[in-house]
Design a protein around this ligand. Sequence first.
Ligand code: ADP
Ligand code: ADP
Length: 243
Amino acid sequence: EAILSIEHVSKTYRNGGFLGRGARVTHAVKDVSLTLPKGGTLGIVGESGSGKSTLARCIVRLIDPETGVIRLGDTDLLKLTRAEMREETRHIQMVFQDPFGSLNPRRKVGELVAQGPIVHGTPPAEALTRAKDLFKLVGLDPASIDRYPHEFSGGQRQRIGLARALALEPEVLVADEAVSALDVSVQAQVLRLLADLRARLGLSIVFITHDLRVAAQVCDLVAVMKNGEVVEAGPIGEVFGNP
Ligand code: ADP
Ligand code: ADP
């Protein structure tokens, strides 16, 4: 019943230095083991610098950890070649904090949402039709697919980022500070949307945030990270305490 399992994952960064002298080593993620059950939302919380983003980027293999196993269903992600991983990303998609940064400003938003399916072999016309459906799903006007990213508000761009991630019908969504840049009222809307998508699409979610309040709203499981380590993990009521 685990859709994603992370076992003993560690990642260090080596910065600067010359011939081994003066190099600084950051143990960004230390021996992290976590399980996401199918249909669950696992929150990863912790202060800035605690290793959350590094772990998220390891999960989708934007970076490779030195050690550990990351399984998506029966697939050992760290064993896949780059090409195999590109194929596998249809099952696991990441949403970033600032979708403006990851939305190409020169492309129409409909093209941006259709891009993934087209790369994975969906005919362009069909992919654009699907993009319109996804716009409806995330609460955007389907007629706006011909607009450009800068014509949308922050909350709308976050929805576009979500639509783009959902276009490949992934089983797992990794959201890295996906609502942190938004106003509280817009945050609440996007969080409700995520809860709704999870229920309707049977999505499993890894939800990364520095904001415990936000985690408490959407997660059923939570892991607290500190200095690269998971210092506490379990059902949200147990970790945060039942009021
Ligand atoms: P976060 O918001 O997750 O704490 P930052 O804003 O600190 O991340 O960093 C933004 C980007 O800079 C990240 O993509 C990360 O890869 C990179 N980064 C963070 N810390 C360092 C560092 N010490 N050296 C080099 N790059 C870093
Ligand atoms: P968080 O997402 O919790 O803010 P990060 O994973 O971004 O934490 O960072 C964990 C640690 O790794 C921090 O000390 C950060 O400075 C460092 N770090 C992050 N990205 C890089 C990078 N690309 N190069 C070097 N150090 C990095």
